[in-house]
Ligand binder design. Sequence first.
Ligand code: ZN
Length: 262
Amino acid sequence: MPELVLSTSTSFFFGGIQAAFRNAQKYGFKYLEIVPYRWTRPETILALEKTFGIAVAGIHLPGWWQKTLWQAFRDSPDILEKALVPLWYFSLGNASQNPGLALAEALEARRPYLLLHSNVVEEMRGAFPSFAKTYRVVVENIPVFRRSPSRRFYWDPLEIHRTIRDQGLTAGLVFDIGHLRQTRKLLPEINLLEMYQETRPEIIHISYNSNGIHTLPDKPEQIELIALLKIHQPKYIVLETNPLVNIKRGKELLEKIIEESQ
Ligand SMILES: [Zn+2]
């Protein structure tokens, strides 16, 4: 059975990481996915793990490896995402300097996953292979907003899987259904079920109605999610919704979905 994980995205603006630990304990999660701010200290996270009895399952690095604010803004594909770039840039910074790396080292014995968006892997280029050998890397598909020149590696989990394997490397996959559904609006030929079946991802992200909105699945999306889980059960299902979504409701819904998929 998949383990439910709470993302610190659920308290990004209110209370931050500490609030996420408190909510995880309050609502009965055992694991957190941490999105470290630029100022997050690994020691703080280790102390919070002890205080709340919650373990860090994984660490979500920022959406750029090494860019200036201007480059990050310029490369952001969509108007809503562009509007959020200064906020992400100020609060998370570049992945290469993010404290998530020090946190992964502090937690080394437990090997939490280190999440990179597909575009970050591409940006890293030559730096990626040694990175993938050092850490337990998982790669997440991002949505595309234009038919061209969007690269298949960005949005297609199967392409991500193949490309990494062809380099002789191993990395887990984060199957972000919200991102894929968003991509499908542009590329209706996408067969989500088939992609899922062939990649058998380690992690599912719950971030429906993408475009930075990140909500819970509606009824048809719930039915689709049950169908996916019947094909393959990932290790983790991460509630990566926005801070206005009710965490308790999200957890109960996901538990019901997992139960129905057994
Ligand atoms: Zn995601």
